[in-house]
Structure formats: C-alpha cells, structure tokens
Design a binder for this molecule. Structure first.
Ligand code: GRF
Length: 210
C-alpha cells in the first residue's frame, strides 16, 4: 500500500452502510484514504452517525435550499474543493448532481447491478434486485463507475459478480451483492485511485495492477 492517503469526500443519503465499510477499511489499515468530509443530501441520513463516531466533518446540503440543480451542485463541489479532496465518492447518494468540468472523472459511484443492466432513473435499493430476479438473470453484482451527467452512465472502473440463487428474494440478493461484491469492490477501486493506477480514455478505463 502507498503511504499517501487519498483525500476524499463521501456523499450519502441513507443508511450509510457503504460509508461504514470504507471507515472500517481505513481503520483496519487496508485503505489509504482520508475522508475529509461527509456530505449528506438530508439531515435524516442515518449514515451520519458513522461520520460522527469517526469524527469526520459533516455537511448537510439539501437540494430544496437551492433554486437550480447547478446552484446545488456548486454548493456541494465548493465544499469538496474547500476540503481539498482528490475524489468524490458517492455512497448511496440519491440526489442527481450535475458534475462540473473540474470534477470530470473525479466522482465515483457504486451501483448494485452489472451496468448496463438494471440501472438508470428509478433503479435504486431493492428495485434493482427485484428487476434482476424478475428478469431471471443467473449472475448479478456491482459496478463501480465514474459519474457523468446521466444516471449510472459514466465509464466503468470495476465490476464484481455474485451468483443469483433460485431461492433468492430481493433482500437476500441485496445482502449478497452488498457484502460479497460491494464491500470488496469499492475499497479496491479507491485504493487503486490512491495508488494512481487508474486511467481513463473516453469510456475505457484501464487499471494498471503493475
Ligand atoms: C448500495 O447498494 C449501493 O450500491 C448504492 O447504495 C447502496 C448503499 O447505500 N449506491 P447505503 O450505504 O446503505 O446508504
């Protein structure tokens, strides 16, 4: 692992399981990242408790406080710039956020399916897994990708698969995707970013594992 800790912001809206996983990995010395700020889209985000416990600065920036999506986005990214972060990590962030040019390929998201399946507007939470089960796919998983200005559309960095079992419900599939795929893939990508091993050309992302 590299000595330099990658400065990041983490954006949340809900339970913050992904945030907790990243904090745990950092505390275990398995992820060279420094969460400089956690920004929540609502004060009701339960995940704020994990930031508080880890003494990470918290900012609540709600869309309703702004006249336009661009003004809202400016407030979020100004706070990220102020915190001196290199990357912005979306972790269960449910607010559409226009990405300014200066943060192109600097904003990362994780989605609980193999993009381009079961993604896009309206596909979040259990809906993703219900759609995968209704379709009858035999594998699912997660996708870590850069964020652009369309839902779940930016360049793919890493995908990790899990089997779909005949007995699965949306809940059991959600748990398998989260614990077996997401909890591994997200820290892995952030560590690769910390080590400067990720490059992007158009839609194609190359990971140099040396
Ligand atoms: C995960 O399923 C992730 O793929 C999606 O949001 C969920 C995590 O939300 N982007 P949270 O961390 O439990 O709030």
């Amino acid at each position: 692992m590299s000595a330099r800790k990658l400065p990041i912001a983490v954006l949340i809206s809900g339970t913050g399981r992904s945030l907790k996983n990243l904090i745990d990995k950092i505390n275990a010395g398995e992820l060279d990242a420094d969460i400089r700020v956690v920004i929540a889209s609502t004060s009701r985000a339960k995940g704020l408790q994990y930031a508080e416990k880890a003494r990470i600065p918290i900012e609540i920036i709600e869309r309703t406080g702004f006249n336009s999506a661009d003004d809202f986005s400016k407030a979020v990214f100004d706070r990220c710039s102020e915190a001196g972060v290199d990357y912005v990590i979306m972790a269960g962030y449910l607010q559409l956020l226009p990405i300014p040019e200066s943060f192109n390929n600097k904003v990362v998201n994780i989605h609980p399916s193999l993009i381009p399946s079961f993604c896009g507007k309206g596909f979040y939470g259990h809906r993703v897994h219900e759609a995968a089960l209704d379709y009858g796919v035999k594998v699912s998983g997660c996708t870590v990708h850069f964020v652009n200005n369309k839902y779940d559309n930016g360049p793919v960095i890493l995908q990790k698969t899990v089997p779909v079992l005949d007995t699965d419900t949306a809940e059991t599939l959600n748990d398998r995707v989260f614990y077996e795929a997401e909890c591994v893939a997200y820290p892995e990508v952030i560590q690769l970013l910390a080590e400067g091993r990720v490059s992007v050309q158009g839609r194609r992302v190359t990971v140099n594992r040396g």
